[in-house]
Write a protein that binds this ligand. Sequence first.
Ligand SMILES: Nc1ncnc2c1ncn2[C@@H]1O[C@H](COP(=O)(O)OP(=O)(O)OP(=O)(O)O)[C@@H](O)[C@H]1O
Ligand SMILES: [Mg+2]
Length: 243
Amino acid sequence: MLEIQNLKAGFGKKEILHGINLAIPGHKITAIVGQSGCGKTTLLKSMNRILEEEGGYIDGSVLLKGADCKRMPKEMLRKKIGMVFQQPTVFPCSIEKNLSYVLKYHGLRDKSAIRQEIEACMKKAKLYDEVKNHMKTPAKNLSGGQKQRLAIARSLCAKPDMLVLDEPCSALDLKNTIAIEKTMLELKEQYTLVIVTHNLAQARRIADWVVFMDRGGVLEVTKKDMFFEHPSSELAREQLSYI
Ligand SMILES: Nc1ncnc2c1ncn2[C@@H]1O[C@H](COP(=O)(O)OP(=O)(O)OP(=O)(O)O)[C@@H](O)[C@H]1O
Ligand SMILES: [Mg+2]
């Protein structure tokens, strides 16, 4: 699905990612874990090249279904690889407009098609039942967990191939965390998912594959059970001994 080849990335003279090779399988949840500062966010932001918008550089190849991401127009790349951040961003308008904006941006004009698509994306993000009767209220009034699910619904409106989520649950309580985990487990039927998480128990609950990073490199890429039962690196063994 996504092939990363000899990816180097950084800011100015500072190289953060030192030649990463990694294959992200389709229709699975891949969890990226590793200590703070090891480059997880930089890796996600290299996938859809947002890093360049933030003054970073990217070297090497990222291939999405065989197509070189460097050669794709950035809007198309970001439509295909949607990103959800730790702090959900909602636009300063109604819940409905947060979603219809994206649909219109991508060319949908028919009002009833827009309504249907909004409903479908909100259902996928497990937000619909809670907010269906106040779609016109400002999105800023939603709770943190609802905002995060709105951010997911909004990413889905762009009809992505992949969703990459950077610690989407770290500011949420258990109930909202579970709602997002359930959402992800259902979404993988249709989409490819990558989640950065500090919560190893969360990776254990939902991931199919685990990527363990250290100091700008990848130490292990293994099936989830293998990672938790027989980690190959000393560092992973040490970290797992705390859970
Ligand atoms: N805009 C920037 N300019 C310069 N250096 C940066 C910038 N953003 C991140 N870095 C550096 O890149 C390194 C990796 O940061 P990154 O945010 O990718 O780590 P992370 O694994 O996501 O950490 P965390 O778990 O704390 O979110 C860090 O040393 C950080 O200081
Ligand atoms: Mg980070």
